[in-house]
Design a protein around this ligand. Structure first.
Ligand code: PHE
Length: 438
């Protein structure tokens, strides 16, 4: 149901059997919220950039990239779930909307040796709730050095020179800089060099979270307490060793960013095989939501003056106010239950830490339901949850029931409007996904 070509900006791309990017997603590409004056995402970007004044900042790299840029150049294995059209928006078999800012790493390593930042919109097919939206924003940073022994002293000196953040931070880091099984040193890397780069990376990012969390609202009783953070080991196809940085905020550990020592193959493939360095990536929405107390990710897309007006005129000087909800309009829950046409068999790995149960099986993917609902209801859909799932003991058919919460952030919906949307969802489930309504 796609035309033979899609035009995005000034480029036209042929479509094929991989094409799965609806026009509602393409419509988000020109928005560039991270560049919109005094938008909370742009303020958050500027705050982060302020920690890295000597890094070259890239903010307008195009969202359409090749599968080589997004996956292959970063050593994603051929069977990595991120490549699946259930998770990624394909323009055609070799062209995607970037799923992360890391898609630009290789090109920027090729272009220059200088440290850089990338801020950009990224695109992922995912569940619908108040903290997930198919378009969000990331900021990436990277710093490399020549792989010579003189670099070690240089890196240590640069590490010493990293300015202290405006608040005290207390960091727990219990693991060694690398570990043969869990978090390996790369064959091409001198252990001392990796240790020095890891320390530079960690001090840089600890300073960053100190700067960010200095602006996060805290109860007066905690105002003089240090910010608590911890390093945990992680895995990414394009870094080793790898870590995540978590911050304790309002009683829970929040994963704030992923990072690590760049895989040699990426630099080598980019004509910089004599260099080594680190990279990190971080989601702007999560940080902006806690800095401003924004309760729903859809708000970032609002053009309502009651939203945008609350940030106008804000800059890096002065405190940032908490967002004041203009009103909480009523929720309207509607269920839809259907039989999925499919084989019996085990539910194939649902792709991570998502809530159980996982409605992922061959031929049917929950993200298809999510996108269909978002396509019909747009930003009126607050969340979509699987509330019931069972398999018929005789026929082996699977039944799913999803609960859709229709709630506008900007007005009260009428019954007729919600009924109309829900009818549309039911119709499209049959027409597009071939399910049998119950
Ligand atoms: N690209 C990773 C993500 O989107 C984050 C990351 C960037 C991790 C750079 C390591 C290094 O999850």
């Amino acid at each position: 149901s796609y035309p033979p070509t899609l035009t995005i900006g000034s480029q036209t791309y042929p479509t094929d059997s991989w094409t799965n990017t609806p026009s509602s997603i393409l419509a988000a590409i020109p928005r560039k919220l991270h560049l919109q004056d005094s938008h909370p995402l742009a303020l958050t970007r500027s705050l982060i950039e302020s920690r890295f004044p000597r890094y070259t900042s890239h903010t307008t790299l195009p969202a359409v990239v090749t599968t080589h840029q997004n996956f292959d150049s970063l050593s994603f294995p051929p069977n990595h779930p991120g490549r699946s059209p259930s998770d990624t928006y394909y323009i055609n078999s070799s062209t995607v909307l970037r799923t992360h800012t890391s898609a630009h790493q290789a090109d920027l390593f090729r272009a220059s040796n200088s440290p850089f930042l990338i801020a950009a919109d990224v695109y992922r097919r995912d569940a619908i709730d108040r903290s997930h939206y198919p378009v969000f924003h990331q900021i990436e940073g990277a710093h490399t050095w020549s792989m010579s022994s003189s670099s070690i002293a240089e890196i240590r000196a640069e590490t010493e020179a990293i300015p202290a953040p405006p608040v005290r931070i207390e960091v727990e880091d219990t693991n060694p800089p690398f570990h043969a099984q869990r978090n390996p040193l790369q064959a091409q890397h001198d252990p001392e060099l990796t240790t020095a780069m890891a320390a530079h990376l960690k001090r840089s990012l600890e300073g960053l979270i100190g700067t960010v969390f200095a602006r996060a609202p805290r109860p007066a009783s905690q105002a003089n307490e240090p910010i608590k953070a911890r390093w945990v080991e992680a895995y990414f196809p394009f870094t080793s060793p790898s870590w995540e940085l978590e911050v304790l905020y309002q009683g829970s550990w929040l994963e704030i960013l992923g990072c690590g020592i760049v895989q040699h193959s990426i630099l080598d493939g980019a004509g910089a095989g004599d260099r080594a360095g680190w990279a990190f990536g971080l989601g702007l929405e999560r940080v902006a939501m806690l800095l401003f107390g924004i309760p729903d990710i859809r708000l970032f897309w609002s053009t309502d003056e009651r939203f945008l007006g609350q940030f106008r005129g804000l800059g890096m000087e002065g405190a940032w106010p908490r967002f004041e909800a203009f009103s909480k309009y009523p929720a309207c829950y509607k269920d839809v239950a259907f039989w999925v046409a499919e084989h019996t068999g085990s539910t194939a790995g649902g792709g991570g830490a998502g809530p159980a149960p996982s409605a992922t099986t061959a031929g049917f993917h929950e993200n298809d339901v999510m996108e269909l609902v978002r396509g019909v209801g747009g930003n009126i859909v607050e969340d979509v949850r699987l509330v019931d799932e069972f398999r018929h003991p005789k026929t082996g058919r699977r039944s799913l029931c999803y609960r859709i919460n229709y709630r506008s952030l900007e007005r009260t919906l009428t019954n007729e409007e919600v009924n109309g949307l829900h009818e549309g969802v039911r119709r499209e489930l049959v027409e597009k996904l071939g399910v049998e309504l119950r």
